[in-house]
Design a protein around this ligand. Structure first.
Ligand code: GDP
Ligand code: MG
Length: 305
């Protein structure tokens, strides 16, 4: 199955509910104000966000009100609106080779998919000929270190880790020095994500950044926030929180397979305007691909391109 097919299958729950919702609403074939209101509600339910849903509804109201329209036309119009909103977030993920190593700090709440994404992304960078290494900065849980080690073994990547419960920032400091010594092109720093304890998390992440800047003043070169699409609107507030803490400059949205909340990408894009570098559609190594606004919008509205 191609990535496109997996994405389509993953978004089925969302796209089916939007599609059938649209056909239910458009029994009258006319875009009157009652229909428009129902459409707006449908978009909100699909997690597009209140602002975006209202904007789209408003646009249809000025352009199409009381005109005859088929449900397929509505889906096409919606797909265009969504693509436009997602387009600014579609940006290539580039490693600036002027930085050696290029330091990537992975942040996000527990279970969002940070460690898995590090593995998948490292595989891609290896294919581009980059020498990659890992720092197991999630020292809070032994299982987290083990999980990163499994990826490292599989990809034959060096992983810098310390004893259970050791100080994460100190480990990152030593790990970064080791990466420099080894001449690595890219180093991923995995971190813990205990959002329950927001101030502790904030302190720890800030400390990691401070410590690595003692070695490389302009690092981290990318702070990637991993978001689990199944969490819906909560993902929007996670963006705000992590931005405040460590200045996130790129997003990865995982679990778009099996999420009935695929519309959340639209809300995240509208609220954050941050690049969405990659999306995840499964647990396997190949289940991560660059984000394409057009493909995503088509799959979300059940359109065949
Ligand atoms: N279905 C699905 N599962 C994913 C995806 N990305 C990660 N996972 C799974 O989500 C769980 C948590 O991922 P993990 O990388 O440990 O999250 P972390 O706590 O942020 O490091 C694991 O079981 C992963 O295999 C995805 O795109 N789709
Ligand atoms: Mg992890």
């Amino acid at each position: 199955m191609s990535f496109w097919e997996k994405l389509g299958l993953g978004l089925k729950k969302t796209s089916n509910s939007i599609t059938s919702g649209i056909s239910d609403i458009f029994t009258k074939k006319k875009l009157d104000s009652a229909t428009l209101e129902e459409l707006e509600e449908l978009l909100i339910t699909a997690d597009f966000g209140v602002t975006t849903s209202a904007e789209i509804m408003q646009k249809f109201a000025t352009q199409k009100q009381d005109k005859e329209i088929t449900d397929e036309e509505i889906r096409r119009l919606l797909a265009t609106e969504i693509e436009q909103r997602l387009k600014p977030c579609e940006q290539p993920f580039a490693i600036d080779s002027a930085h050696k190593p290029f330091v990537i700090l992975m942040v996000g709440v527990n279970g969002a998919g940070k460690t898995t994404t590090i593995g998948k992304l490292a595989a891609k960078l290896q294919q581009q000929g980059k020498k990659v290494s890992f720092i197991a900065g999630d020292t809070f849980r032994a299982a987290a270190v083990e999980q990163l080690k499994v990826w490292a073994e599989r990809l034959k990547i060096r992983v810098f880790s310390g004893p259970d419960g050791c100080d994460s920032a100190g480990l990152c400091y030593d790990g970064l020095n080791a990466a420099i010594k080894n001449g690595d092109n890219v180093v991923f720093i995995d971190t813990a994500g205990r959002l329950q304890n927001k101030s502790g998390l904030m302190d720890e992440l800030k400390k990691i950044v401070r410590v690595i800047q003692k070695i490389i003043p302009d690092a981290p070169h990318k702070v990637l926030l991993t978001l689990d699409a199944t969490t819906g609107q909560n993902a929007v507030s996670q963006v705000q929180i992590f931005r405040e803490i460590v200045g996130v400059n790129g997003l990865i949205v995982t679990k778009l397979d099996g999420s009935s909340k695929g519309g959340i990408l639209v809300a995240i894009a509208a609220e954050s305007k941050l690049p969405i570098y990659y999306i995840g559609v499964g647990e396997k190594i190949e289940d991560l691909d660059s984000f394409c606004a057009h493909d995503f919008a088509c799959q979300l509205l059940n359109l065949k391109e």
